[in-house]
Design a protein around this ligand. Structure first.
Ligand code: FRU
Length: 485
């Protein structure tokens, strides 16, 4: 049992932390990160009382996957944030081994939080309870009660991550689970008042044999009335150009019939082809679907050097707007992030060159790069830190993009490959933070998230090709730090 006085200590540590400058070269400037501990899934994403509420899984005590709390930061503009705060503590009988992931929904001027209470008995047997808590305008969080006790018949206790959406004035909760014969699925409950929930049944999809567990489901209504069912399946075999991480996060798009519980959908597509991206959550704001994901991967935390050196591991992704075009979810950074731009370092147009090297004046940058591929088949961008580098390569003949971080001295290493269509023009939108790089390709048809831990701070960026290279546009900005007050 966690003693209450530990929380006073955590609060003090947080206050002390923000009084000083953190000098770690890996401390991210514009990705949400905690002063210490392990962060995973974004939770309860909502717009409430004039602010964005960003909750997340947080172990504030160490860098291991236990003691899961919900932490919270609030922001109006994605630049100024409230200091992190512990909100849900795993101290009750129904959540004593973790206040696991869930969502937020505003009703009657209250922010309702749904989460999974994870409980393990002395034999390590798991029980899962779906719980509700409310967060009020004065910052008081009250746990209410268990609203769904255990799982329906036919499913194991891997039953978690409720996501609530509303359709025709009825609330629906989809919950990630596993059948008794170990197939990943989601089940649906409904409710008129968010308190009493009725089991409706399993969502029928074409994915009957698609991994052994589906975590963190989202059901997101698109402009064309279709739904994107976004989830994180576990147990999918890796392929040459797909599914290269231990677990995946992606979506299918289709027509949802809530009477028959059928989702008539197209194929599954991953949301991010990089290394660290999992458990995304989507919320609506001004009719836009905004997604934030965990920049991390389950079961890999020991590989990350910030863990031992800085006492902190993982972060949250930049907020990304999702937009459906021709059956694909395009991702672009949420508009508010343009305010992070501090000064423009470079603006190039129509340059033909053999090789172009940038020595930026800072290491937190936004770069828009459009290349004209008429002359080239192979291009490479290197993010160099003296004698180590990450390389991004594109081959127009094979239409394959490769990210290689095997030339970094410190782990994590590895290569990711994915298919990317380009004929004459190749567009990158790149965000470099101190230990995270997010790249959006061809207006957001693909994205990659990469964590990296350089030994020194001196970044140079090389753009090159065997033949002459035609840079049609290159814009580079220094980016500000977000603050926590
Ligand atoms: C996904 C996940 C969720 C769970 C949470 C626990 O990363 O495993 O299914 O609720 O993390 O931290």
């Amino acid at each position: 049992m966690i003693e209450e006085n530990l929380y006073d200590k955590v609060k003090k540590q947080i206050d002390e932390y923000y009084k000083k400058e953190d000098c770690s070269i890996w401390k991210n400037n514009f990705h949400i990160e905690m002063p210490f501990g392990l962060v995973n899934d974004p939770n309860g994403l909502s717009y409430y009382n004039g602010e964005f509420y960003i909750f997340y899984q947080w172990n504030p005590f160490d860098c291991e996957h236990n003691n899961k709390h919900w932490g919270l930061v609030r922001t109006k503009d994605f630049i100024n944030f409230s200091k992190p705060k512990v909100v849900l503590k795993p101290v009750d009988w129904f959540d004593k081994n973790g206040c696991y992931s869930g969502c937020g929904i505003v009703r009657d001027d209250k922010l309702n939080l749904f989460y999974t209470g994870n409980v393990k008995d002395e034999n390590n047997e798991r029980s899962s309870y779906q719980c509700i808590a409310t967060y009020d305008k004065n910052g008081i969080c009250t746990k209410n009660e268990v609203v769904i006790d255990g799982q329906p018949e036919g499913y194991t206790a891997h039953f978690r991550d409720p996501y609530v959406f509303i359709e025709n004035e009825i609330y629906y909760s989809i919950i990630g689970t596993q059948t008794n014969d170990l197939k990943g699925k989601v089940v649906i409950y409904n409710s008129k008042n968010l308190k009493e929930w009725n089991f409706v049944g399993e969502l029928k999809t074409n994915m009957n044999d698609f991994g052994y567990m589906w975590e963190c489901p989202n059901m997101v209504k698109l402009d064309n009335e279709k739904y994107a069912f976004i989830f994180s399946p576990q147990g999918i075999e890796g392929e040459e150009f797909k599914y290269q991480n231990i677990y995946q996060s992606g979506y299918v798009i289709g027509n949802l019939n809530l009477n028959t519980l059928t989702l008539n959908h197209e194929g599954f597509k991953e949301l991010d082809m990089g290394f660290e991206f999992y458990a995304p959550q989507v919320f609506k704001y001004n009719n836009e679907n905004i997604m934030i994901a965990w920049v991390g991967m389950p079961e890999k935390e020991e590989e990350y050097p910030s863990n031992n050196r800085d006492g902190r591991v993982f972060a949250l992704s930049m907020p990304r707007v999702l937009e459906e075009k021709d059956g694909v979810l395009y991702q672009r950074p949420f508009k508010a992030l343009e305010k992070l731009r501090k000064d423009k370092q470079l603006e190039l147009r129509n340059i033909e060159t053999k090789e172009y090297t940038i020595n930026p004046s800072s290491r937190t940058l936004e770069m828009k790069l459009n290349l004209d591929l008429n002359l080239n088949t192979l291009v490479e961008i290197k993010f160099k830190f003296k004698n180590e580098y990450i390389s991004l390569m594109y081959n127009k003949n094979t239409q394959v993009c490769i990210i290689d971080r095997n030339h970094m001295k410190l782990k994590p290493n590895g290569i990711r490959k994915f298919k990317l269509k380009a004929s004459n023009s190749l567009k990158f939108h790149i965000f470099i933070d101190n230990s995270i790089i997010e790249i959006y390709y061809q207006d957001g048809i693909e994205a990659t998230t990469v964590m990296y831990f350089p030994k020194n701070n001196e970044l140079s960026i090389e753009i090159k090709s065997q033949e002459n290279l035609f840079i049609s546009e290159l814009d580079l900005w220094n980016l500000k730090k977000i603050n926590y007050n």
